[in-house]
Design a protein around this ligand. Structure first.
Ligand code: SF4
Length: 225
């Protein structure tokens, strides 16, 4: 019988009763907690690297501190800070001094605000906009009728250059803000430092891609067909 692909997103077990939440929990046949023990061990081996362990430990502490009222019990906890605060706190926790900020030209105003916030927190900020390098889209084989402004010069997004600029300045942690689908992938591939995404680009939905998912049974029901 062909093995089913791991499918946590399809898991039919109640969240709190899952084997990934408790030792005697339940699991479906495609459960990676049950079927991928060797892989899970390998992941734990990575955490033996001190710098990775410290990063993971601080991320988990940051996660816990994202909730208030923990002393009152799980039912009473409430989220207590937005992602920008978490990002700043986490960078302080890790004792980073120099941060990278990459952003889309559509978010220049927001980038200015974020840069100011980070600088006022004492970080050195190296920032790089998607269009840096002014390389024409033709360089990567984009035709004129595939541009946004047909018939005009258009700089291509250059996420590899964004990564290389930050890499040459030895940024310790890179913040990604509003890069396009695919351009973000290339940036993440070529960035030397670990990254976090402050905002995922969604031109239509004000950079809140989940709005289409939240409204999948109403305004975005056509996505299901
Ligand atoms: S790890 Fe197993 S039990 Fe947990 S969500 Fe995935 S499939 Fe379900």
């Amino acid at each position: 019988m062909e093995k089913e692909l791991p499918g946590c997103a399809r898991c039919p077990i109640n969240t709190q009763d899952r084997v990934c939440q408790q030792e005697d929990g339940k699991s479906p046949l495609f459960c990676p907690t049950q079927n991928y023990q060797a892989v899970i061990e390998k992941a734990l081996d990575e955490l033996k690297k001190p710098e990775i362990l410290e990063f993971a430990r601080q991320a988990s502490i940051q996660e816990g501190e994202g909730y208030a009222n923990r002393d009152l019990g799980y039912e009473k906890v409430t989220p207590n800070k937005p992602r920008i605060m978490e990002t700043i706190e986490f960078a302080h926790r890790m004792n980073y001094k120099r941060l990278g900020l990459v952003f889309c030209i559509g978010l220049v105003k927001e980038a200015k605000v974020v840069e100011k916030l980070l600088s006022s927190e004492g970080f050195e900020v190296v920032s790089a906009l998607c269009k840096l390098g002014r390389e024409p889209k033709e360089t990567i084989g984009v035709h004129d009728d595939q541009k946004i402004r047909i018939g005009c010069f258009e700089s291509m997004c250059n996420p590899i250059a964004q990564a290389f600029v930050l890499n040459s300045e030895n940024t310790e942690f890179n913040i990604v803000m509003g890069l396009c689908v695919g351009h973000d992938s290339l940036f993440l591939k070529y960035s030397q430092a670990l990254c976090t995404v402050l905002a995922a680009k969604d031109r239509l939905l004000g950079h809140n891609p989940l709005a289409a998912i939240y409204t999948i049974d109403s305004y975005y029901r056509s996505l299901k067909q």
